[in-house]
Ligand binder design. Structure first.
Ligand SMILES: NC(=O)c1ccc[n+]([C@@H]2O[C@H](COP(=O)([O-])OP(=O)(O)OC[C@H]3O[C@@H](n4cnc5c(N)ncnc54)[C@H](O)[C@@H]3O)[C@@H](O)[C@H]2O)c1
Length: 343
């Protein structure tokens, strides 16, 4: 079965492609390798996927391309149809990520997350994929005060453009499910971290700065709470959802009245104080951080906390890796990756 994964050179995309290859899916990976962060890291992820698939006789077809380019997207679906490898599932992870950068460069978000998203869901509908899965975000909960966040909560108060684009994705997906019976699944990820992670996120940034004897900026004077979610738990959740979707395909298609539209929180359901997260990094690096405390950043939220009952009901799996285990694995990857790339 052919699956198109967009954002395949990204942090989550890389791990997901690897898992899908291990499970013997034919994976088409699309990414524009943009320069939002270190392009060498993105290229290294693609190289790992290419090496892994060729070593194990698996099919990974990487395409450097842009979801904003409508004709290029259409061509990918068409080419696969013609060569008898019809794309049956799309997992759209390509996006302009990051809350803070959306204040600096709003158009990057409108392009990738709105125009690009619309292109990819439209062609998924035109080429009649069985399932369309896409990355949403915990940021859609915006300024909500009620914790934990539940999928049924109102999410009409985004506090960043990034959040607004992710909420828009959910609305667009709802329309496609309603009008065209396109089965869609939105995944609200909660602060994902782990090996091959993103250089613009706290764990990567703090590790780099602490190792280089530089100070770290800690916003809202450290009074922040995040539901840090380990990458392997995220990938296992997506994989189990995919398995279930494939199994239930017939039920979906035959359901006349129920909209084939779903949203899941994917979080650890264990909110952690930022200060404790930093302590765990210091412990694993065996080095103290030089901390500069700052005000709350515009667009940021004070706390995130996922209710994962829906996910557990659906797949009988609950993300549960502790930050101590997850941070240790990230740091050992970080040290070996940068040792290798400096040789
Ligand atoms: N990592 C998290 O904590 C987190 C939390 C919530 C939501 N998400 C969402 O999950 C998805 C994956 O996140 P990630 O952490 O792996 O981010 P990432 O930035 O590492 O991956 C996104 C990838 O998409 C690619 N991309 C961006 N615009 C593109 C375009 N127009 N065409 C083709 N490729 C494009 C980038 O080059 C990048 O490799 C994103 O949609 C993100 O918004 C992530």
């Amino acid at each position: 079965m052919s699956i198109l994964v967009t954002g395949a050179a990204g942090f989550i995309g890389y791990h997901l492609c690897k898992k899908l290859l291990e499970e013997k899916f034919k994976v088409i990976g699309l990414d524009n390798l943009n320069s939002y962060y270190d392009q060498d890291l993105k290229r290294s992820r693609v190289k790992e996927l290419n090496d892994f698939s060729s070593k194990n006789g698996l099919i990974f077809n990487f395409i450097k391309g842009d979801i904003v380019n409508k004709s290029q997207i259409k061509k990918i679906f068409e080419d696969n149809l013609k060569s008898n490898t019809k794309i049956k599932m799309v997992i759209n992870l390509a996006a302009q990520a990051g809350v803070r950068y959306s204040i600096e460069n709003p158009s990057a978000y409108i392009q990738a997350n709105i125009v690009g998203f619309s292109n990819i869901i439209e062609e998924s509908k035109n080429y009649e994929v069985d399932h369309f899965i896409y990355a949403s975000s915990s940021s859609v909960y915006g300024g909500n005060k009620k914790l934990p966040f539940n999928e049924t909560d109102q999410v009409d108060n985004p506090v960043s453009l990034y959040a607004a684009t992710k909420k828009s994705n959910e609305l667009i997906a709802h329309t496609y499910s309603h009008l065209f019976k396109l089965p869609t699944v939105g995944l609200r990820f909660f602060t994902v971290y782990g090996p091959w992670g993103r250089p613009d996120m706290a764990l990567f940034k703090f590790t780099n700065l602490i190792l280089n004897d530089k100070s770290i900026q800690v916003f809202n004077y450290g009074k922040m709470v995040r539901d840090f979610t380990y990458i392997d738990d995220v990938i296992e959740s997506i994989y189990l959802l995919i398995k279930k979707l494939i199994k239930n395909k017939k039920t979906y298609k035959n359901t006349q009245y129920q909209k084939p539209y779903k949203i899941f929180n994917i979080g650890n359901s264990k909110p952690t104080n930022l200060e404790d997260y930093i302590k765990a990094i210091e412990l694993n690096l065996n080095k103290k951080a030089k901390i500069v405390y700052e005000d709350m950043q515009p667009g940021d939220v004070k706390a995130t906390y996922a209710n994962t009952d829906s996910l557990v009901n659906e797949i009988n799996f609950k993300p549960n890796t502790s930050i101590n285990v997850g941070i240790k694995k990230f740091i050992s990857w970080y040290i070996s990756y940068y040792k290798k790339s400096s040789n």
